[in-house]
Design a protein around this ligand. Structure first.
Ligand code: FAD
Length: 487
């Protein structure tokens, strides 16, 4: 049977565009279907890139604020949020344009419209006026995710202008990260519900800009992933910077610019709930994201979905339907762009008939980008215990003696989790967790050490240039190996 395309990808986010770039490179005739005007998905337009543009601005502001400690007389007189937002939008537009050109140069057809899988090899595209049918040898699903609603607190439904007006009118609208990125005034007070990566990144950005930020979290520490030392230190550092955390709390009401929530009073014997109020220009609900698989065609096409709506695949991205593949935020694992990139490499190589490696989503590095960053790869000591590892050791090493950390007037901690590996008869590193300045840059190194089961003794032999921030990892590995140097 002759198909219109070798590969049709539904969705142009990191999962979709990365798959298409690689399949096109293999000489496969590839189309990408995207329902929005711009390619790049959440990551480029409403996720990784715009938030990191703001994070970069907030770092710059922090440096300027600390300049006097170096004898530099720099003053920040105004923060023009409209210009800051315009700079963020320009950054996003540049990256999206670059991607679009990149896709065209690889002769990928970008088809705008809403795509659905009708049956194996057949995709329908609704462009708002007509339905078009396309056939392909392989169909790849990469439709991404959306912000999860907090029950009882629907997101404000309106255009960017209406959101801005609601904020200006003091309505304290409930926003998702999408709308929060459109705000062009510096809010006085913001309440953030949730304490995952997205919540903490926004908390840090607004706090740096001078907003009074209250974070409502259900547990005692933020971040559901990674090591408790790291989460606790992240929270301590953010608290010191002025962010207010309400642990064991729950949002109750949002009315007339006032947010009501309850907290468990841990001091009282009965752990009574006490009610509190704070003013808010708006409430950001960032309690997680849900897979974009609610459209009826996902179920009617016969795809196997998990209880939470994720498309079930094997480690190569194959769904239960032959020649239909899925990746990115609609699949189980970490909802991160670099997971989607890794899955894209595996799927495109599988489609091209090349030997490839399965994706272990557990080993995908998790990162929070704030004034200090956190990085988590592999097992925590608790997870290692649950998974039956032998002779687990946890080494916690503060970054106090790292000169570059000190120069930044920052702090940090590295946690190395190691265990005995019966196969090699050696101690290996099974988890690396860090909090500190720019630790995200060590994500690849950390992943390689763990994934390749490099013996701890050899990993501790990695030589990091002096003086660098990355030396913190080297120092911690040496300490874990019983050869502490500067710590
Ligand atoms: P998406 O990027 O969501 O792309 C899906 C695309 O499919 C969209 O363009 C959508 O319009 C399109 N689509 C959906 N359904 C259809 C259909 N039926 N027909 C046609 N088109 C369709 N990850 C990181 O790794 N690092 C970060 O720093 C980071 N920061 C983030 C910050 C925020 C605020 C958010 C919200 C997310 C962040 N993420 C980050 C997560 C990252 O954005 C996602 O993991 C990534 O975008 C997932 O890629 P994807 O291809 O699966 O889906």
């Amino acid at each position: 049977m002759a198909f219109d395309y070798d590969v049709i990808v539904i969705g142009s986010g990191p999962g979709g565009y990365a798959t298409a770039l690689r399949t096109a490179d293999f000489g496969l005739h590839t189309a990408v279907i995207e329902m929005r005007d711009e390619v790049g998905g959440t990551c480029l337009n409403r996720g990784c890139i715009p938030t990191k543009a703001y994070v970069t601005a907030s770092h710059t502001l922090e440096y300027a604020k600390n300049a006097s400690s170096w004898g530099l007389d720099i003053s920040v007189n105004t923060i023009d949020m409209q210009s800051l937002k315009a700079a963020k939008d320009k950054t996003v537009a540049g990256v999206v344009k670059g991607l679009s050109q990149h896709m065209k140069s690889r002769k990928i057809d970008i088809i705008h419209g809403y795509g659905s899988l009708v049956k194996p090899h057949e995709v329908c595209v609704d462009d708002g006026e007509m339905h078009h049918t396309f056939t392909a040898q392989h169909v790849v699903l990469a439709t991404g995710s959306y912000s999860t609603t907090l029950p009882g607190f629907d997101f404000f439904n309106g255009s960017a202008d209406e959101v801005r007006q609601a904020v200006a009118d003091g309505q304290a609208p409930i926003l998702s990260s999408d709308e929060a990125l459109d705000i062009d005034v510096i809010p006085e007070n913001v309440v953030i519900v949730g304490a995952g990566t997205i919540a903490l990144e926004f908390a840090n950005i607004w706090n740096t800009l001078g907003t009074h930020v209250t974070v409502l979290l259900r547990k005692d520490v933020p971040l559901s992933h990674g090591d408790n030392h790291i989460s606790a230190m992240m929270m301590r550092t953010m608290k010191r910077a002025g962010i207010h955390f309400e642990t064991r709390s729950q949002l109750k009401a949002v009315e007339n610019g006032k947010v009501t929530y309850t907290v468990h009073d841990m001091k009282s014997d009965e752990h009574k709930k006490i009610e509190k109020n704070v003013p808010a220009d708006f409430v950001l609900v960032a309690i997680g994201r849900s897979p974009q698989t609610t459209a009826s065609w996902f179920a009617s096409s016969g795809l196997n979905l998990s209880d939470h709506g994720f498309v079930i695949t094997d480690k190569f991205g194959r769904t239960n339907i032959d020649n239909v593949w899925a990746l990115g935020d609609i699949t189980q694992g970490r909802m991160l762009a670099h997971q989607a990139f890794e899955q894209a490499l595996t799927i495109s190589e599988s489609i091209a008939g090349i030997d490839t490696k399965p994706v272990d989503t557990f080993m995908v590095p998790q990162v929070v980008f704030a004034t200090v960053e956190s990085l988590s790869v592999g097992y925590t000591a608790q997870e290692a215990e649950k998974n039956g590892f032998a002779q687990i050791e946890e080494t916690v090493v503060p970054m106090l003696s790292n000169p570059r950390v000190a120069m930044l007037k920052s702090n940090g901690t590295t946690v190395i989790v190691s265990a005995y590996d019966a196969q090699s008869g050696q101690r290996i590193v099974i988890g690396i967790h860090m909090v500190g300045p720019q630790v995200s840059e060590l994500s690849g190194t950390a992943r390689e050490i763990i994934e390749n089961k490099i013996p701890l003794h050899d990993a501790a032999g990695a030589l990091f240039a002096h003086p660098t921030l990355s030396e913190s990892l080297g120092e911690a590995l040496l300490k874990a190996d019983g050869r502490p140097l500067n710590v």
